[in-house]
Ligand binder design. Structure first.
Ligand SMILES: [Zn+2]
Length: 585
């Protein structure tokens, strides 16, 4: 821009959303988000970097590569002319700017695309630069953050552009194997070959508010289908609803969110390293080679119930079932608020759905980062309906699976909170493979190379509960239940009618003391009298203490040993041990 440029152009700009004429400086201060309507204007790579990284921390990686016009492409202009024009108008060498920086003090390598440069298209040079950025992240053992803005692969370089999707994906795979976090931040627009590779095959996918992402663009889809597209098609909120992204983030929150995620995941590996603790791990107690391993919980609770005599055997099992289902009972989100800190929720199964009956994400437990996954019910009818009564769909189980695997890759322990009447029994769930989804979770948990701690907090209903409860240690709140079938279901099958549910509840041995005796659970977390919903704060305090007491010893164990012991734990059930059960207490 020269001094003769129209003054107005520099002082004012028009919002693409509401057409307001905005004072340029004011818009800038607002991170190029319209103060009138909230529309996020597109940002070039330099502006994006300024907003995202700690001031003065950015060190660019080399951006010059040998000139390439691999197929001597000419449309109305030769390709090299288009390249020169893009360089002149943007001041950039290519459609991506890569470098190292810190975000909230956490080191990372960034690759930020610029849509102004030939539509952010992915050509050989862009592919090479992003691949080198990924390799730098691998060398430095730091996370890779990709900010995408692209119409897709670069036509002018033919099939060689297509190959870049594979090249970059390969570099991302290497980071995955090394347990290093990859994050993509989708900005508007992200389409085609970029959407179908590194924009979505990263560990975490954040969508900036207002971003649109898809494989095919809306115009193409309209042409092919001849149909109007639904309102909000391919927008960030659409993507969230359909399980494609972990979260939608306003521009002003992006840096904070990235900081939280980098903090959580950089802590992962070190959380598994042995560090001196006040309490040495009582290894023998967890080997589970004989009687159910019940850790001494005197340090956990002021009134331990696991000692035996204090167990509330007098309470009727049916009463316990009703207590476990009490609408006031704390839910997973309540515990995320009261037991954990700094929860960042992650959404979606990446296959088409985000199940509201399962919530999950990274959080801190007494300063340690963990992955928390739990069933979510609700306190009111509206909440219960919105959460499908805590009955997870296949998408819910697949979201949980994705988060478990992510936790293992990053070295984060997994804490699950189980509270479900059972997996969603609907037609849609069957169509989408509910059985296989549960089966895959169970299988994955048997070999997950990171500590897994499960707590039955309310209802532990059947396979839907076990899908989150194949763990190194399984705890249970005092008035929770855990059962192969609901008492009503059992009564309907084995008794003359469902009114026999109370008898069925007694017969099923589904209370915490019963299951502790059977070795299905390892420890009972006592509830304040009369039950958790009467004093949620005290319940949270006790749950937190029990989680810490059980998790810390697991952190000292090498993953291979964890997996071996976990398998032994679940091998001990059945005929081989039936004689030993009675004497266990
Ligand atoms: Zn506006």
């Amino acid at each position: 821009m020269t001094a003769t440029a129209p003054r107005e152009e520099r002082l004012w700009s028009r919002c693409a959303g509401c057409a307001s004429l905005l004072y340029r400086k004011r818009l800038r201060r607002n991170l190029d988000v319209c103060p009138e309507c909230g529309t996020h204007a597109r940002l070039g790579a330099p502006d994006r970097l300024r907003q995202l990284v700690d001031p003065g921390s950015f060190r660019p990686l080399p951006d010059r590569l040998p000139e390439a016009d691999p197929i001597a492409f000419v449309d109305v202009l030769p390709y090299p002319h288009r390249l020169s024009a893009a360089r002149a108008s943007t001041g950039l060498a290519e459609a991506v700017v890569c470098g190292t920086a810190t975000i909230g003090g956490h080191p990372a390598v960034l690759a930020v695309m610029d849509f102004r440069f030939l539509g952010g298209s992915l050509g050989c040079a862009v592919g090479e630069l992003i691949t080198r950025a990924a390799e730098r992240a691998l060398d430095d053992r730091v996370p890779l953050i990709l900010v995408t803005a692209s119409g897709g692969a670069r036509m002018q370089e033919g099939a060689l552009s297509l190959m870049q999707m594979a090249t970059i994906s390969q570099a991302i795979a290497a980071l995955r194997e090394a347990g290093l976090l990859t994050v993509s931040v989708l900005t508007d627009p992200t389409y085609g070959g970029v959407a179908a590779s590194f924009a979505t095959n990263t560990d975490l996918v954040l969508a900036e508010s207002g971003a649109r992402m898809g494989f095919a663009g809306p115009r193409v889809i309209r042409q092919v289908t001849g149909r109007a597209l639904p309102e909000g098609f391919q927008t960030a909120d659409f993507l969230l609803r359909h399980g494609q992204v972990d979260m939608v983030v306003q521009r002003r929150s992006l840096r904070g969110r990235l900081t939280a995620l980098l903090a959580a995941t950089s802590a992962g590996r070190s959380a598994l390293l042995p560090v001196p603790r006040q309490e040495p791990a009582p290894r023998r107690g967890r080997l589970a080679t004989d009687a159910p391993a019940v850790a001494p919980s005197t340090s956990v609770s002021p009134e331990p119930l696991v000692g035996g005599s204090a167990a509330p055997a007098a309470r009727d099992a049916w009463d316990t079932v009703r207590t476990a289902r009490h609408p006031g009972r704390p839910t997973t989100l309540d515990y995320l608020d009261s037991v954990f800190d700094g929860f960042v929720e992650l959404h979606g199964d990446r296959l088409g759905g985000d199940c509201p009956a399962i919530v999950g994400g990274v959080a801190r437990l007494d300063g340690r980062h963990v992955m928390v996954i739990g069933h979510q019910k609700g306190h009111t009818t509206a909440e219960l309906v919105a959460r499908n009564f805590g009955m997870a769909s296949p998408a819910g189980h697949r979201k949980a699976l994705r988060l478990m695997r992510l936790a293992a890759r990053l070295g984060l322990p997994v804490v699950t909170l189980v509270d479900t009447p059972g997996a969603d029994p609907g037609v849609g769930a069957e169509e989408q493979g509910q059985a296989a989804a549960i089966a895959e979770n169970i299988l994955t948990l048997t070999m997950l190379p990171t500590p897994v701690l499960a707590v039955i907090t309310g209802e532990g209903g059947s396979g839907g509960a076990l899908a989150l409860a194949v763990a190194d240690r399984v705890l249970m709140l005092e008035h929770a239940v855990y059962s192969v079938i609901s008492p009503e279901g059992c009564a309907a099958i084995l008794w003359p009618d469902r009114s026999a549910a109370p008898q069925a509840a007694r017969a099923l041995r589904l209370t915490a003391p019963d299951l502790c005796r059977l070795g299905v659970i390892d420890e009972i977390v006592p509830e304040p009298a009369p039950a958790a919903h009467d004093d949620p704060a005290e319940t949270a305090r006790r749950l937190r203490a029990a989680l810490l007491a059980n998790l810390l010893p697991l952190l000292d164990m090498p993953p291979a040993m964890l997996v071996r012991l976990r398998r032994q734990r679940f091998r001990r059930f059945g005929a081989a041990r039936s004689g030993a059960r009675a004497g266990a207490r």
